[in-house]
Ligand binder design. Structure first.
Ligand code: MN3
Length: 195
């Protein structure tokens, strides 16, 4: 299977002013494309019986695949980079499409939407280096916030992604420079699923 870059489901400028068009163009067309290209190189080195698996399947099985460690790292980084970005584009948009069930679950878990956002924001600001903040469901379907380094996928930890925030500098540096907290605060406005 040859993997391809999924098109953005909206225009490059659709998330302005929270995320600027130039950042979106570079992030999608260059950064995401590079993950796809390097993932395809890694897939060519996989044993034949694994080559038709989706990135999500490979990431879910990552720790148990019988492959050498260099290849496992390539799948983790580039398969993760591809899957994480493909997911990230879909949870954002120029129009809200609020998931009321999710809002209710968040409210039950954290007490209020504001308390959830505060916790998510604090963990995002506190993440050292490059990585992502995730809202996930664990094996018991409970909601949890996790930061993960680099392009690690929650799928590799038995967790199901619900929301994701890219905290690599390439996601925000053109517009926000060192002000990661401002990027995170603005991001809520383009996250479709929550008010
Ligand atoms: Mn990114």
């Amino acid at each position: 299977m040859v993997h391809t870059l999924p098109p953005l489901p909206y225009g490059y400028d659709a998330l302005e002013p929270a995320i600027d068009a130039e950042t979106m163009r570079l992030h999608h067309d260059k950064h995401h494309q590079t993950y796809v290209d390097k993932f395809n190189v890694a897939v060519e080195s996989l044993p034949r019986e694994l080559r038709d698996r989706t990135p999500e399947e490979l990431l879910t099985q990552l720790t148990t695949l019988t492959i050498d460690e260099k290849l496992r790292t390539a799948i983790r980084n580039h398969g993760g980079g591809h899957a994480n970005h493909a997911f990230f584009w879909t949870i954002m948009g120029p129009k809200k499409e609020v998931d009321q069930t999710l809002v209710d679950d968040i409210t039950t878990t954290w007490g209020s939407l504001e308390a959830f956002k505060k916790s998510f924001q604090e963990q995002s600001v506190g993440l050292f280096g490059s990585g992502w903040t995730w809202l996930v469901r664990d094996a018991k379907n409970a909601l949890r916030i996790h930061t993960l380094p680099n392009q690690d996928s929650p799928l590799s930890y038995g967790l199901r992604p619900i929301l994701a925030l890219d905290l690599w500098e390439h996601a925000y540096y053109l517009k926000y420079q060192n002000k990661r907290a401002d990027y995170i605060a603005a991001w809520w406005s383009v996250l479709k699923l929550l008010p």
